[in-house]
Design a protein around this ligand. Structure first.
Ligand code: HEC
Ligand code: HEC
Length: 446
């Protein structure tokens, strides 16, 4: 065994911790510490203006997920898995994912692997963005000095099966994502205020682009897909140029930030000066948040048989789309408008303060445009199955609602919308961008 892994060391004994921290509040260096979620702290009068209480919250969060330099999940005693190896365990259990990882590593570290195979150990050079791999290699080299055969075999394996540590991925995140998404994943990096839509704030645990129902947390592969594809027509770029391992590592780190952020929101919401934060409630809330991420794969919207597109289905989809809620329809028209341009009446609202009409807001508090469906811009894929899933479950964090099971009235009878109805809507939506002329030419509201 080499020095590479110390799984058991990550299982810290939570009980050993006393949560009564000293009252010193030190301003954080953003690169090395996570800052607290300002607006969340401000909402609780017992936390706001009490540096000691804030330091306690910061300390608890650090106990749970570490620091940006050394991010590390606290693994609770009754867990049968170690979240510090969440993605790695997933990928290495999945034959296809593992094969892809190895192929990608072999391509990226082609030269290092060639040198090792040639026994030319001194000419293995340091790869970019993989300090941990480099450290593991140096340790292996020292350990196997004098045993060239073993060093060759284990060295090739090390580079081929490389999967980054959380701390390496955190450094990579600082390099690639931080200026948009911020140190804590608050979506508030230095370039964020120039962007519309804004970069995602991971902290509430709301992610838009999943194949899941019930506002579920994303699965590993959902976030992975966002990183490879980017989000079309937004500032979120594709990171396909990086290796598989690097992308998996980023997914792991995004998950850590999201878990930290959601736990923080929960803990901050019920902190009281009298009670402080009890160890039980900390563990319980942290456990609940982690469980939401663990349960994601149970929420997949399955779709084995995609029906054939027929004129009847398109016509039905159109009727559902165009018929307002008060007439028993699916009510898409209220937001997307009769022309599908995203200019329905519910796309706008009157600002309670300024009394001006503006776009509706999403759950992160930013104004959001109802999509112009005539442009054919679909941010999480344009395959029928992608649209089906969007319409089925809605878009988490936005006004776009879930539609499966919604009550509609057809031929004078009420019924909950079925999978078949959702397919009809998906098929119809696709025609909006290709055959705009087939859409009612009725004037839009704005
Ligand atoms: C130039 C700015 C920018 C950079 C750099 C950037 N992002 Fe984003 N990111 C965005 C924007 C904007 C969105 C929101 C898109 C939307 O709401 O449709 C986003 C959304 C996301 C989402 C949310 C997906 C969902 O399902 O809701 C994830 C995850 C994400 N980014 C991860 C990353 C990671 C990891 C990196 C670094 C490797 C990164 N981003 C770099 C701008 C950026
Ligand atoms: C309450 C307002 C509202 C209603 C009702 C609504 N939508 Fe949306 N829809 C939105 C918003 C807002 C977006 C843009 C979300 C974003 O950009 O993240 C959107 C986006 C979409 C998208 C783009 C998905 C993608 O991948 O980018 C499709 C397709 C769509 N809606 C279809 C429908 C259909 C079909 C219905 C009716 C069954 C419907 N919407 C009802 C507000 C609504």
């Amino acid at each position: 065994m080499i020095v590479r892994r110390h799984r058991s060391a990550a299982l810290l004994a939570a009980v050993a911790l006393t949560l009564t921290l000293s009252c010193k509040f030190e301003p954080f260096t953003p690169e090395l510490h996570y800052s607290l979620n300002g607006p969340v702290v401000e909402k609780n009068p017992d936390l706001q203006g009490d540096p000691g209480a804030q330091a306690q919250l910061a300390g608890v969060l650090e106990m749970l997920v570490g620091t940006p330099k050394d991010p590390r999940f606290l693994a609770l005693k009754d867990w049968d898995f170690d979240p510090n190896y969440w993605g790695e365990d997933l990928v290495k259990k999945d034959e296809n994912a593992l094969a892809a990882l190895i192929a990608s590593n072999r391509a990226a570290y082609r030269e290092q692997i060639a040198s090792i195979e040639a026994g030319d150990f001194e000419n293995v050079f340091q790869p970019r963005f993989a300090d941990d791999l480099w450290r593991w290699w140096l340790a292996l080299k020292a350990e196997k000095a004098g045993d060239a055969a073993a060093l060759k075999e284990e060295g090739v394996k090390l580079f081929s099966e490389y999967y980054p540590s959380l701390s390496n991925s955190a450094a990579f995140y600082r390099n690639q994502c931080f200026h948009c998404h911020g140190t804590e994943g608050g979506g508030n990096g230095s370039t964020s205020r120039f962007l519309n839509p804004r970069p995602r704030d991971y902290r509430p645990g709301k992610f838009k682009f999943t194949a899941l129902k019930g506002k579920s947390r994303p699965r590993h592969e959902d976030v992975y897909r966002v990183l490879t594809e980017g989000v079309y027509t937004t500032a979120m770029p594709s990171f396909r140029r990086f290796t598989d391992a690097q992308l998996h590592g980023l997914v792991d780190y995004v998950r850590l930030l999201a878990i930290r952020g959601e736990t923080e929101i929960l803990l901050a919401s019920f902190y009281t000066s009298d009670e402080g934060l009890s160890l039980e409630s900390v563990q319980e809330n942290y456990g609940d948040v982690v469980a939401k991420w663990r349960g994601a794969s149970k929420q997949v919207i399955a779709a084995e048989d995609i029906p054939a597109v027929t004129p009847e289905r398109l016509a039905h989809g159109r009727t559902l789309f165009m018929t307002p809620g008060e007439k028993g329809g699916a009510n898409c028209v209220s937001c997307h408008g009769t022309s599908g341009r995203g200019d329905g009446a519910s796309a706008f609202e009157v600002d309670p303060l300024t009394k001006e009409t503006r776009r509706v807001k999403d759950e992160w508090g930013n104004e959001i445009s109802v999509r112009d469906l005539t442009r054919g811009v679909f941010r999480f894929g344009r395959r029928p199955i992608d649209l089906y899933r969007r319409i089925y479950a809605g878009i988490n964090g936005t006004p776009m609602p879930e539609h499966i099971g919604m009550t509609v009235t057809e031929d004078g009878k009420q019924h909950p919308m079925t999978e078949s109805d959702i397919w009809d809507l998906a098929f119809f939506v696709r025609t909006l961008s290709v055959h705009e002329a087939t859409v009612a030419a009725a004037p839009s509201h704005h």
